[in-house]
Design a binder for this molecule. Structure first.
Ligand SMILES: [Mg+2]
Length: 219
């Protein structure tokens, strides 16, 4: 049974796909590229984002693109919202004494602003933001907080999250609420794939011998 959860942020706990696509399209548009719609974005975007930009805009420095992106993201009209079942999942962790962490590529200032706005700081023992390649810090996080790899899961919505979990020797849980299509995620073989965080909570409750409170609703 897991005692520790490391959560990705975007697409796992919060829905910022709208403003991210809006800002990405501003960046692409500045260099004369056509905008991506939601489906195209979910198939093409990947982390570390430097790889995505190296593919679509190989001649432009990443710092320049990041500057455009930050300004466009701050000006985006589509709001960032809490994903359904995220709040309940964090409260579940807290009620059961599970340790929770965040590991995200999101720009640190934007992340701190959202963490504050949603009033979620107390849910996490530590947060790591602005991490471009999560594989580079996963071992350090496990060591710093003395997390037993056998009791630790990384929950994320992208192939990079699954690859990071594998790199760290911890369990990978993929959620289908975010940036990657189910088929894109399936290609990297997560240890477990769930449609959303409610399904994860119910599955883990079942393993603890607690029956589901109600039958699963068809989606
Ligand atoms: Mg994500």
């Amino acid at each position: 049974m897991f005692q520790n959860f490391i959560f990705d942020w975007s697409g796992t706990l919060v829905d910022d796909l709208g403003p991210v696509i809006e800002a990405t399209n501003v960046v692409l548009g500045r260099y004369g590229l056509a905008p991506l719609d939601r489906e195209a974005f979910r198939r093409r975007f990947r982390l570390p984002y430097r790889e995505f930009y190296a593919e679509v805009l190989p001649a432009v420095a990443l710092e320049e693109l990041e500057g455009h992106f930050r300004r466009a993201f701050a000006a985006a009209l589509t709001p960032v919202t809490v994903l359904p079942h995220a709040r309940e999942k964090l409260e579940w962790c807290r009620a059961l004494g599970m340790r929770a962490f965040v590991l995200t590529s999101m720009d640190a200032a934007a992340f701190e602003q959202q963490l504050e706005a949603f009033g979620w700081r107390h849910h996490f023992e530590a947060t790591y933001s602005g991490v471009l390649d999560k594989r580079e810090v996963i071992h350090q996080i496990l060591a710093t907080h003395q997390l037993d790899p056998h009791q630790t899961a990384f929950v994320g919505d992208m192939t990079h999250d699954v690859e990071t979990a594998r790199h760290g020797g911890i369990f990978s849980i993929a959620v289908l609420t975010g940036y990657n299509h189910a088929e894109v995620l399936a290609a990297v073989r997560p240890d477990l794939t769930v449609p959303d965080l409610r399904a994860l909570r119910e599955l883990l409750d079942e393993r603890r011998g607690i029956p589901r409170p109600h039958p699963p609703t068809p989606r």
